[in-house]
Ligand binder design. Structure first.
Ligand code: SF4
Length: 220
């Protein structure tokens, strides 16, 4: 199981606190009742958004976050996704995935996915998320993964840059509730992993609809 490290770190700190553990548990229970994968993903996205909206109501908190549209350093790092999020990304982002340049990028990235070292060895431009537009904005913003929603940095955004192939120590906002929700989604999911790996795996799956998409996607 490939868990997002910031959410996992919070979970390890908070899992013995019944108030926090109940957040993860409730999410897992609710996910069992939702039968459609894309709906499960959207449910978790809304839960995280609601918790972050509440957090951002405090001006001291919102003023300290330096993330803004067009700053896309984190969109060149590895993003972990659940199975449900993978389905949602394919459903909402298939028109980006079928672009010839993105098919080539997907093949290249999936070989380096799930290894931080191999990932950072890729040239910076080849680490770009498949859904990042030419204007450095997310093309599937409404449906972006949980990890993209909770990754909020405090301080100088240049610290987020991995252009030189190394990751720097970062100060990020404590998003405890959102992290516990995220862990509920990941613990419920049978398989998780780096986005290019998960996308490639599903697009190569045996499901008929997905197989048809694969035909389109993976033709030389
Ligand atoms: S899904 Fe959107 S926000 Fe997340 S890494 Fe990709 S471009 Fe960035």
């Amino acid at each position: 199981m490939n868990l997002p490290w910031m959410a996992y770190r919070t979970f390890e700190r908070k899992k013995d606190d019944p108030v926090f553990f109940s957040i993860t548990k409730k999410i897992m229970e609710k996910l069992k009742l939702i039968k459609i994968p894309t709906e499960r993903a959207s449910f978790c996205h809304k839960e995280v958004d609601d918790s972050l909206t509440l957090l951002m109501k405090e001006p001291l908190v919102s003023d300290s976050v330096s993330c803004k549209k067009g700053c896309a350093y984190c969109c060149h790092t590895q993003v972990s996704v659940t199975e449900d999020e993978t389905q949602l990304l394919i459903e909402k982002g298939i028109h980006h995935l079928v672009k010839k340049e993105n098919i080539q990028l997907l093949k290249l990235q999936k070989n380096a996915a799930n290894s931080g070292e191999k990932w950072l060895q890729l040239p910076y431009g080849l680490r770009k998320c498949l859904f990042l537009g030419d204007d450095n904005s997310c093309q599937i913003y409404m449906h972006r993964p949980l990890v993209c929603r909770t990754n909020l940095v405090i301080g100088n955004p240049n610290q987020c840059s991995t252009i030189d192939g190394s990751e720097k120590p970062l100060r990020s906002l404590n998003t405890f509730k959102a992290d516990m929700i995220t862990m509920g989604a990941f613990l419920h999911s049978k398989e998780n992993g780096a986005m290019p790996y998960m996308l490639y795996k599903v697009l190569n799956g045996t499901n008929k609809t997905i197989a048809q998409r694969r035909e389109n996607l993976l033709q030389p």
